[in-house]
Design a protein. Structure first.
Length: 327
């Protein structure tokens, strides 16, 4: 190969390599420019999105603050809701606290009241209602025009440990003429409550005397057949403060049943059978057929429940109908 051919061949190789390097460099510059532009665009969009997100978060916090300001209930309304759950919904004190703790966020309550707080609110309401009921007056009766027109209901029950609670409730003597329905809780007013280790006719008469001095003489007194209440009414009569005394029909019937059947051998056999049936059916698939619970102290007040239950069970399960060895 001549010297000219060698130079020409070398120059062609150099030109080919130079073109390759130029094409590669131009491609790299275009890719770098494209990537830089895409990066700048994405960075700009990201900054705009972050700014928008911060703006939305600020607006959301502002709306939440405004919503909380609108939702948060003042203490008066919290107390009202609590007392409505206890008095109207008829759920227990601890259940009221649990319900309010579950609904605290929805109601805007920062801290739900504990059971002791609920008890305090109920006691305060009771005190206010008792004081307000002291000025209560009913329609006077023609037979007793100088009375306060109320019938007082007297009852003693065990309520605070060993202490016994004496409660005095009042209802309008004309209730059945004014309201075409049975006596309900909203028609009954508590006018006096007192607690003592024991109550006698003298102490009951003393408490009733204080109430009569403030409210006037009742049109009548409704009570059970207890001798202590009977003695208290007699003591008031000696002081010229007597009112007609009405014996509660349920207690009167229970007293008659007790006098007649308390020592009757058939009743003991029946109660023992109820106890055996209850022991066999509890914690079984037939637990729904267990006899109703009747307290020993007030057995004859609710003994009809046992009789009704026994009659229904005898109808459902005649003698010889059960398989041998079954419950």
């Amino acid at each position: 190969m001549s010297q000219l051919s060698k130079v020409t061949h070398s120059r062609n190789q150099w030109k080919h390599k130079a073109k390759q390097r130029g094409d590669h460099d131009r491609y790299q510059r275009k890719q770098h420019a494209r990537i830089s532009a895409e990066r700048d665009r994405v960075t700009t969009a990201l900054k705009a999105a972050q700014a928008r997100l911060q703006q939305l978060e600020a607006q959301l916090r502002q709306l939440e603050a405004q919503l909380q300001e609108q939702i948060i209930q003042p203490k008066v309304e919290v107390v009202l809701v609590t007392l409505q759950l206890f008095l109207v919904a008829r759920i227990g004190l601890r259940a009221v606290a649990r319900v309010l703790s579950l609904l605290a966020w929805a109601l805007g309550i920062k801290k739900a009241p504990c059971p002791q707080t609920v008890i305090n609110w109920v006691i305060r309401l009771a005190i206010v209602r008792i004081e307000a009921a002291r000025s209560l007056k009913g329609l006077p009766l023609r037979q007793a025009p100088f009375t306060n027109g109320l019938i007082w209901m007297l009852d003693i029950s065990i309520g605070l440990g060993t202490g016994k609670i004496l409660a005095v409730l009042a209802v309008d003597a004309h209730h059945h003429q004014l309201v075409p329905s049975a006596l309900s809780l909203d028609r009954v007013h508590c006018i006096g409550v007192s607690v003592a280790d024991s109550w006698t006719g003298d102490t009951i008469a003393e408490l009733l005397g204080h109430l009569i001095a403030r409210m006037g003489r009742p049109a009548a007194s409704l009570k059970d057949g207890g001798s202590d209440l009977q003695k208290a009414v007699a003591l008031l009569g000696e002081k010229g403060l007597a009112s007609p005394c009405i014996d509660d029909i349920a207690h009167a019937v229970a007293g008659m049943l007790k006098r007649t059947y308390h020592d009757h051998p058939a009743l003991g056999t029946f109660l023992a059978a109820c106890g055996r049936v209850s022991g066999k059916l509890k914690h079984t698939i037939l637990a729904c057929l267990t006899p109703p619970t009747v307290r020993t102290k007030a057995r004859f007040m609710h003994v009809h429940r046992l009789f009704t239950w026994a009659d229904q069970v005898r109808g459902l399960s005649p003698a010889g109908g059960a398989k041998k060895g079954s419950v």
